[in-house]
Design a protein around this ligand. Structure first.
Ligand code: HEM
Length: 326
């Protein structure tokens, strides 16, 4: 896989996102009569503009905040706040977009929620709302426990991409539906591919390219924030550093086995108080089966980073390492 620089790539994404918004607005303005807030078709025209701007472009920018290399250093809080602010703005636009279409439907006596597009769209919005609330509770509230963040983070990451994929599907199906509704035999049928159809089809393809590139950026390992910097990694490694379950690998580097981690956690004394990582032994014990694996991988990573090594190993001698977890 070729490696690109993140910032030029982000500039390309910014341009594509900007074009998605401008083209959606231009379509509504040029071919669909422009905008109003009065229950008419002009009010409907806000729906695609707000949805594409909020759920696709702003949301796409928000999910890439932690891929900006400067977010990997220093405090994470400002980046968390930026992420939360972008998603919150996206959410406000999404609500306005939904108000526009529901009010238009109600004013014209059109039934609600019958199409595949509306089902896909509402699913995306519901997931998005839950994602925002859960993300806020787990990552921004200062009293949220570390174990909640550890368990919830992979779920948050998974739904981050899922919601974007749903937003792409909703936008493309919405464009298609609008074209079938508007380009009938009374005008120029869609099948004759008039300029409006060309334009809106192109917009759909642009949305597809934008969304796929955001998903690609999310999945590119080189652009992920190194785990060593994350709070969870620090907490977890400090927890297991004290466990005394690190074994000496053949190469002289410390290694940890999942079984050993789970065993250790299951035998924890729940009457003892929390360690410096604020993970209560009862929580660790009850979640042993779930957290043993992530704990093992983070501990191994942390060990490799710290170049901790075993007594008398060639690695220890080479690194003149004084730390050892035995
Ligand atoms: C992520 C983006 C989008 C979401 C989440 C979304 C969501 C929704 C929802 C929930 C409805 C149902 C409203 C009701 O039944 O009263 C709806 C209706 C509609 N949307 Fe979207 N939409 C999105 C993007 C678009 C786009 C880009 C277009 C393009 C013009 C569009 C066109 C329509 C049309 C024509 C309707 C009315 C017919 C129907 O109920 O299916 N939507 N949308």
């Amino acid at each position: 896989m070729p490696t690109f620089q993140f910032l030029p790539f982000a500039a390309l994404l910014g341009t594509l996102g900007f074009l998605c918004v401008v083209f959606t607005g231009f379509w509504s303005h040029h071919w669909r009569g422009g905008f109003a807030w009065d229950g008419s078709t002009k009010m409907f025209n806000w729906h695609p503009v707000f949805m594409v701007t909020g759920m696709l472009v702003l949301y796409g920018a928000a999910v890439l905040v932690y891929r900006v290399p400067s977010s990997w250093e220093g405090r994470k809080l400002p980046w968390k706040l930026l992420h939360a602010a972008l998603t919150l703005t996206a959410f406000v636009l999404v609500v306005l977009g939904l108000v526009a279409v529901f009010r238009f439907h109600n004013a014209t006596g059109t039934p609600n929620m019958y199409s595949l597009h509306s089902w896909l769209g509402l699913t995306a919005v519901l997931f998005f709302s839950c994602q925002w609330l859960m993300g806020f509770a787990a990552f921004l509230l200062p009293w949220s426990p570390a174990w909640l963040r550890i368990i919830y983070k992979p779920i948050h990451v998974f739904f981050g991409s899922t919601i974007l994929a749903l937003a792409m599907a909703a936008s493309i199906s919405g464009i298609n539906e609008k074209l079938f509704f508007s380009l009938t035999n009374k005008t120029v049928p869609y099948a004759r591919l008039p300029p409006e159809a060309w334009f809106a089809n192109f917009l759909g393809m642009l949305i597809l390219v934008f969304g796929l590139l955001v998903l690609w950026a999310l999945a590119t390992p080189a652009w992920k924030r190194p785990e060593s910097e994350s709070l969870e990694a620090q907490q977890v490694s400090s927890q297991t550093a004290a466990l005394g379950i690190t074994k000496c690998g053949r190469d002289g580097q410390p290694s940890v086995e999942i079984e050993a981690v789970r065993d250790y956690l299951e035998k924890l004394d729940v009457h003892k108080s929390m360690g410096p990582d604020e993970l209560h032994p009862r929580v660790l014990k009850e979640l042993a089966a779930v957290i043993a694996e992530p704990l093992e991988s983070k501990t191994s990573e942390a060990a490799a980073r710290k170049r901790s090594c075993c007594p008398d190993s060639p690695a220890r001698r080479a690194a003149r390492c004084s730390c050892c977890w035995h």
